[in-house]
Design a binder for this molecule. Structure first.
Ligand code: SF4
Length: 133
């Protein structure tokens, strides 16, 4: 079975983008390395043939920073099947008042929010894989 592609947005300079990248890396490197793989949004946007081949027709989960949904939109344009899309800004809303960090470093609370999001994404990945069985 092919791995589910996880694509974070490429938001730089704000904590939301960092949270989306850290979440995607944690899921694909640590939590579900056999079931998921990360694909670089930059390569998808620039039309890189390898990146397009990786996602075209495959199940994808996108993790964006904000409502602009750069990852979800561009993955769909490149032919990826966006099975689920997340936004770190929504996760922050569930934790009003917490300081998650900056565009370059997360605080302990920031990591907790990332961990929670990772858990949700992993459950979703299991669901998608089960559907495909
Ligand atoms: S989704 Fe939002 S934070 Fe992410 S790259 Fe796009 S504009 Fe930036």
């Amino acid at each position: 079975m092919s791995k589910i592609k996880v694509i974070p947005c490429s938001g730089i300079g704000k904590v939301f983008g960092l949270m989306s990248r850290e979440s995607a890396l944690k899921i694909t490197n640590e939590l579900k390395p056999n079931e998921t793989e990360i694909v670089c949004l930059g390569h998808i946007v620039t039309g890189d043939a390898d990146a397009k081949e990786k996602i075209e027709g495959y199940s994808c989960i996108t993790i964006d920073g904000c409502p602009k949904l750069c990852a979800a939109k561009n993955v769909a344009i490149a032919g990826g099947i966006v099975k689920a899309q997340y936004r770190t800004v929504d996760e922050m809303r569930n934790h009003k008042g917490l300081d998650a960090g900056t565009g370059t470093a997360l605080t302990e609370d920031g990591w907790k929010i990332v961990d929670e999001l990772c858990e949700k994404v992993c459950l979703k990945a299991d669901e998608i894989l089960k559907e495909a069985e």
